[in-house]
Design a protein around this ligand. Structure first.
Ligand SMILES: [Zn+2]
Length: 233
């Protein structure tokens, strides 16, 4: 997904494409040299370079997924970044500290930028937690279902919550509140992207699109807006 998606509007439609067409794919009117009522905008991609995201939960397709793409069916791998963008992630071999490989992922910020004491301690917490026997293959075996990369991330979040004197969060709550809304956006974006790849355009009624967006505001309100509304700790 290297190309950016452009959104323009014409004849009461929204048109999504990779490059501006010469004529409107819906009504056929020539667009070249004409002023559109609203300037075309480029649609923000839900993907980010995880190494530029400090103190975040990161989600990426699992290593065995050859194309490294979010296709809705691939297994996902999760990790936590430190303040320098090094991604700590747990696998069968223990905790890896990746300096690369998380360039195309979804990020969930975990700390508000003004929480200085926590930010200052973050790397130390993460190192300490990663060195624990729970994640040492000599002490504890990796298990695909209940002792995996996500257990590591959730365990870390809960250990920080405990230090902060706050109650822990369950796997279900964490997934439903913070990860699924983001993944839903990824899935919508991927579908749109693939449609444009195949058909060059995606055209939708302006009214219909707005209604759909409104309906979706309810379940996805946490993740829809900017990343900054997404803090957890
Ligand atoms: Zn048109």
């Amino acid at each position: 997904m290297e190309r950016s998606v452009i959104q323009l509007s014409h004849c009461q439609k929204f048109i999504f494409c990779f490059s501006l067409p010469d004529e409107c794919p819906s009504c056929g009117e020539e667009l070249e040299g004409r002023r559109l009522q609203e300037a075309p905008v480029s649609l923000p991609s839900p993907f980010t370079n995880g190494h530029n995201r400090s103190c975040s939960l990161l989600v990426t397709p699992a290593q065995d997924n050859l194309h490294r793409d979010f296709d809705g069916t691939s297994d996902l791998h999760t990790g936590i970044s430190n303040s320098k963008g090094v991604v700590y992630n747990y696998t069968q071999g223990g905790v890896h500290r990746d300096q690369s490989g998380w360039e195309h992922c979804v990020s969930v910020p975990l700390v508000r930028p003004d929480m200085y004491p926590l930010l200052a301690q973050w790397d130390q917490y993460l190192d300490h937690f990663s060195d624990g026997p729970m994640w040492d293959p000599a002490w504890h075996r990796f298990h695909e279902d209940d002792h995996n990369c996500f257990s590591f991330c959730l365990g870390f979040v809960n250990s920080v919550l405990a230090v902060e004197g706050r109650s822990s969060v369950t796997r279900e709550t964490f997934t439903h509140t913070y990860i699924l809304p983001k993944m839903k956006r990824v899935s919508k974006f991927t579908t749109l992207y693939q449609h444009i790849q195949k058909h060059q355009y995606y055209v939708v009624d302006r009214k219909k699109d707005r209604q759909e967006d409104r309906q979706e505001d309810v379940p996805t309100c946490v993740g829809q807006s900017s990343d900054n509304s997404f803090q957890y700790l």
